[in-house]
Design a protein around this ligand. Structure first.
Ligand SMILES: Nc1ncnc2c1ncn2[C@@H]1O[C@H](COP(=O)(O)OP(=O)(O)OP(=O)(O)O)[C@@H](O)[C@H]1O
Ligand code: SF4
Ligand SMILES: [Mg+2]
Length: 340
């Protein structure tokens, strides 16, 4: 028997993070555009990163910086006026704009997503037990009794008290925090190789949000699932993530190992974020506060550095020339004025 809190099932568990192992997900030149009545909105551009098995990667940036749309494009769930270009290779297979049937087979089985709003992935008209059992019957070919036993075990592993009774409830009968836990149970049910986790709804208080993110990280580590984590809570990122990607105006400003980024932030935007976060120690919740100036809509920054209007270090060319990404080891930085 495994000592993992998530019950065993016939799927081979993903390999734990091996130093220098092949990436489980490789994203290159990802751009996301939406057609609107006012023209094209570019929600993300030139986005590239790798995630290895078992790694937890935090995606941070202010509201509107493109975090959710990056996750949605990887799952093939962009709104109908949206289009993604570039490449996203998951376990050797191109998934960006892959056929709907193929994405259906991957979603929920080898890659899954936790949404900002739990009701996005829960059916309000079905009991939680029915929803969990159906996934296991469909993706794992289990009998009803096997699926029910496993569904109950996963409810217990996400620490839902009195799981045997509550599993028979409908989603609306759970509190906000408990509903998030049900969604985590649903997302991890098939021990996915990759989990895309958008932050829990902001309706939850910060302590509950942080607990939920910690729970996701614990479970993911125990089953070797790679996680791409969206959150506003820099304290959680500093505590839980192996690597961090800092997004601004749909572009990556800086990325690298969490200890390097928090120990020695280089990009003026990252420095602004960290400086405006009260305390990043063990107990605090480092809510990502805004820094002076308004975020610039990506569609208004066709050239130059998106952070230019708010940057205390800007020089003339920042307005017209996009900084080329500098790379050193696992660290990346896009800035004219700061060197790695
Ligand atoms: N269907 C759509 N049509 C037009 N623009 C859209 C659509 N969906 C998203 N956008 C735009 O894409 C940009 C990025 O949105 P996204 O939801 O990824 O932001 P976010 O970083 O997740 O923000 P938050 O922290 O508030 O969740 C925003 O400017 C948003 O208005
Ligand atoms: S490229 Fe220029 S505007 Fe952008 S962060 Fe660097 S110094 Fe600031
Ligand atoms: Mg979002």
């Amino acid at each position: 028997m495994s000592d993992s809190p998530v019950p065993a099932n016939p799927a081979p568990p993903p390999q734990p993070a091996a130093a220098g192992g092949a990436p489980i997900l490789s994203v290159r030149d990802l751009a996301i555009r939406f057609r609107t009545a006012d023209g094209t909105v570019t929600a993300a551009a030139d986005v590239g990163f790798d995630i290895r098995a078992g790694e937890i990667v935090g995606l941070v940036g202010e509201s509107g910086s493109g975090k959710s749309q990056i996750l949605m494009s990887l799952m093939g769930l962009l709104a109908s006026n949206g289009h993604a270009s570039g490449s996203a290779v998951f376990r050797g297979e191109e998934i960006l704009n892959a056929p709907a049937r193929r994405l259906d087979a991957l979603r929920g089985a080898s890659m899954s997503m936790i949404f900002q709003d739990p009701m996005t992935s829960l059916n309000p008209y079905l009991r939680v037990s029915t929803q969990l059992v159906e996934v296991l019957e469909r993706h794992r070919g289990m009998t009803r009794a096997e699926a029910m036993a496993q569904a109950l075990a996963i409810m217990e592993s996400v620490r839902i008290p009195d799981a045997a009774r509550r599993i028979r409830l409908y989603p609306h009968e759970f509190s906000g925090g408990m509903r998030q836990r049900v969604m985590i149970a649903m997302a991890l049910l098939c021990r996915p190789a990759l989990l895309l986790a958008d932050e829990p709804t902001t309706a939850l208080d910060v302590t509950v949000q942080a607990q939920i993110l910690e729970l996701i990280a614990d479970l993911a580590r125990s089953i070797g699932t790679a996680v791409l984590f969206v959150t506003h809570d820099l304290g959680v990122v500093a505590r839980l993530c192996d690597r961090v990607i800092v997004l601004y105006g749909g572009r990556i400003m800086e990325s690298g190992e969490a200890t390097d980024i928090f120990g020695d932030p280089k990009h003026p935007y990252t420095r602004g974020l960290i400086d405006s976060t009260p305390r990043l120690d063990e107990r605090s919740h480092g809510e990502l506060r805004t820094i002076p100036g308004q975020p610039r809509a990506a569609q208004l920054a066709p050239m130059g550095c998106p952070f230019e209007p708010r940057c205390p270090h800007r020089v003339v060319r920042c307005r017209t020339e996009r900084p080329a990404p500098q790379e050193a080891g696992l660290r990346q930085l896009a800035c004219h004025e700061v060197r790695l």
